[in-house]
Design a protein around this ligand. Structure first.
Ligand code: NAD
Length: 309
């Protein structure tokens, strides 16, 4: 499979490495408006491929060269500087998405191509990309809260001393400050959280839940403070999403796609079944009243920002 990555900065490079390491692509093409950067990344990754899979990795200087790509990953655009929120990138990155999507559409098979959006503010960029591409919503997929859900899972795994593979936990809504930790649907080995706490004799009081929520929501800010940007986690998230699509896994991942029609439509992260055709089913997990209210508020924030464009 041929995969195109648009934007080869910190995130695009990490995504390219993670995609290469899946062994699922026979060709990766890299496009960046900074051609020197893209060529250097292709060269470096090409060397790395000698230690893993034989794969053709090239930097391309025009969009015609992405022809034949079945999946296009968009990781271009401004990133957060320390103290900036994802929403602060709204106008800058709306310009970037508006530049990229029409060119992608002019050079891919519109009946099959799937676009994966990584650029922030993620959910608004998904809405914009879907509008500009005119693709069915199920084929314009944002990584959404996949990373936030992973962060929650890791924290719970360390707290309880249970493998992440036995924990189901979702963060819903915006990939941003209004994200919602969905405590009501957390289960460990098929056992709901309160019951698991009783059986394991490891309590999880409200104060600890608040701390966990804070850590999940602030993870990106802390990483950006420490290393300037985040890239490893999102690289792994994109690779996981590719596995689910390319292998038609029907796995449930918290991704962001446009739901609803007209003025009521919005892209938020919910658990969604992912397969070869992108999102093939939308699911609603158990939620208590405050989670439902927080999710509605999160959706409103995303829609309001989209309407500003
Ligand atoms: P970066 O500055 O390192 O790289 C951005 C790259 O995009 C640059 O190489 C730049 O030349 C390129 N670019 C900009 N405009 C372009 C255009 N119109 N066409 C082609 N290339 C263009 O930034 P980064 O750290 O790699 O972050 C990229 C994006 O990913 C940011 O929006 C960031 O917020 C986002 N991000 C998302 C997640 C997530 O979970 N979804 C996680 C981390 C970062």
């Amino acid at each position: 499979m041929k995969i195109a990555i648009i934007g080869v900065g910190s995130v695009g490079s990490a995504v390219a490495t993670a995609v290469k390491n899946t062994g699922l692509a026979h060709e990766i093409v890299l496009f960046d408006r900074d051609g020197i950067r893209a060529r250097a990344a292709a060269e470096d990754l090409g060397h790395a491929s000698a230690f893993s899979y034989d794969i053709k990795i090239t930097a391309v200087s025009n969009y015609r060269a992405i022809r034949g790509s079945e999946i296009v990953i968009v990781a271009a655009g401004a990133n957060q500087k320390p103290g900036e929120t994802r929403m602060d990138l709204l106008y800058k990155n709306a310009d970037v998405i508006s530049d990229i999507i029409p060119r992608v559409m002019a050079n891919t098979d519109n009946k099959n191509v799937k676009i994966i959006i990584v650029t922030n503010p993620l959910d608004v960029m998904v809405m914009l990309a879907q509008k500009l591409s005119k693709l069915p919503a199920n084929r314009v997929i944002g990584t959404g809260t996949m990373l936030d859900s992973a962060r929650l899972k890791i924290i719970l795994s360390r707290y309880f001393g249970i493998s992440t593979r036995s924990i189901n936990s979702y963060v819903l809504g915006e990939h941003g400050d209004s994200s919602v930790v969905n405590w009501s649907s957390v289960n460990i080995g098929g056992i709901d959280l309160d019951n698991f706490c009783k059986q394991s004799k490891i309590p999880l009081p409200q104060t600890s839940r608040n701390t966990i929520e804070h850590r999940v929501k602030n993870a990106a800010y802390e990483i950006i403070q420490g290393r300037g940007a985040t890239w490893d986690g999102i690289g792994a998230a994109v690779a996981d999403l590719l596995h689910a699509i390319i292998n038609d896994e029907h796995r449930i991942l918290t991704t962001s796609v446009v739901d609803g029609v007209g003025k009521n439509s919005v892209a938020i992260s919910m658990p969604r079944v992912i397969g070869a055709n992108g999102v093939i089913m939308n699911l609603a997990p158990a939620m208590n009243t405050s989670e439902k209210n927080a999710l509605r508020k999160s959706a409103k924030i995303i829609r309001k920002n989209f309407d500003l464009l």
